[in-house]
Ligand binder design. Structure first.
Ligand code: ADP
Ligand code: ADP
Ligand code: ZN
Length: 215
C-alpha cells in the first residue's frame, strides 16, 4: 500500500507518518528529511538546496524526483511507502504517477491533512526533534514525558530546524497555497483524496487516517 500525506508545513505529516510505519511495515519517505541529510553531508544536491530551504522556497522538481526515483528502487519500499512532503507541485505529481506506473506500483490514497494557518505557525515555531532518532516534539503540545529525555530512544540531544522560524514559515505557507494546494483538486479528480481534520489531537488524527487508508 502506497499513500501520500498532503498538507501545509506543520499539519502533522511527519508525526503521523512515523506512527503509521510502526505497525504497517511501510517506510516513510520524507523529501524534507532526505534533503536535510544531503545538506548535512555536503553533497552536490545539498549544496544546491541549502539556501533555498533556509528561505522556505521549493527546490527544483528535477532534484526531488530523482531522489524519489532512486529511493523507490530500494527493497525496503516493497511493503509500501508513505510519501511525506512529496509531491509538492503538479509536475512532481505527474512524475510520481509515471514513476509508480513504470515500477508497477499503485497509489492507494492521498490523505489531505487540513489545518488552519494560525495553528500551523504555532506548531512550526514550537517544533523540535530528537537528534538521535528523529522523534518529533512540541514545546506546548508534545513534550517528552521526562524533561530533556527522548521518549523513544532516551537521547538527551534535541534539535530545531533552521527554517522553523516565522519568516521562512510564511514563505513555505505561501508556496504551499501557490504550488501544492492545486494537488488537492488533482487527486480529488483522480478519486483518491481523503480529507482528515488535522486540527484534532494527535491520536484522533491518527484514527482518522487509519480509517481513511483502509476504507
Ligand atoms: P509536518 O511534517 O506536516 O510539517 P509535524 O508532524 O512535524 O508537521 O508537526 C509539526 C509540529 O506540530 C510538531 O512539533 C508536532 O509535535 C506538532 N503536532 C503534530 N500534530 C499535532 C496535533 N494534531 N496537535 C498538536 N500538535 C501537533
Ligand atoms: P514541512 O515539514 O514544514 O512541510 P519539509 O521538511 O517537508 O517541511 O520540507 C523542508 C524544505 O525542503 C521545504 O521548504 C523545501 O525547501 C524542501 N522540500 C522538501 N520536499 C520538497 C519537494 N517535494 N519539492 C521541493 N522542495 C522540497
Ligand atoms: Zn530519540
Amino acid at each position: 500500500m502506497n499513500i501520500i500525506l498532503l498538507g501545509p508545513p506543520g499539519a502533522g505529516k511527519g508525526t503521523q507518518a512515523r506512527r503509521l510505519t510502526e505497525d504497517l511495515g511501510m517506510v516513510q519517505l520524507s523529501t524534507g528529511d532526505m534533503l536535510r541529510a544531503a545538506v548535512s553531508a555536503g553533497t552536490e544536491v545539498g549544496k544546491e538546496a541549502k539556501a533555498i530551504m533556509e528561505r522556505g522556497d521549493l527546490v527544483t522538481d528535477e532534484i526531488v524526483i530523482k531522489i524519489i526515483d532512486d529511493r523507490l528502487d530500494e527493497p525496503d519500499t516493497e511493503k509500501g511507502v508513505i510519501f511525506d512532503g512529496f509531491p509538492r507541485t503538479l509536475g512532481q505529481a505527474d512524475a510520481l504517477s509515471d514513476l509508480l506506473d513504470r515500477k508497477g506500483l499503485a497509489l492507494k490514497s492521498v490523505v489531505e491533512m487540513r489545518c488552519d494557518d494560525e495553528q500551523l505557525v504555532v506548531r512550526v515555531t514550537g517544533r523540535f526533534t530528537c537528534g538521535m532518532c528523529g522523534e518529533g516534539y512540541h514545546y506546548s503540545f508534545k513534550m517528552p514525558a521526562k524533561e530533556g529525555v527522548c521518549d523513544k530512544c532516551g537521547s538527551t540531544d534535541f534539535k530545531r530546524r533552521d527554517d522553523d522560524n516565522e519568516e521562512a514559515f510564511r514563505t513555505r505557507l505561501l508556496n504551499y497555497y501557490k504550488d501544492t494546494s492545486p494537488l488537492i483538486g488533482y487527486y480529488h479528480a483522480k478519486g483518491t483524496l481523503s480529507p482528515v481534520d488535522g486540527t484534532a489531537a494527535i491520536d484522533e488524527v491518527e484514527k482518522q487516517i487509519r480509517a481513511a487508508i483502509t476504507a
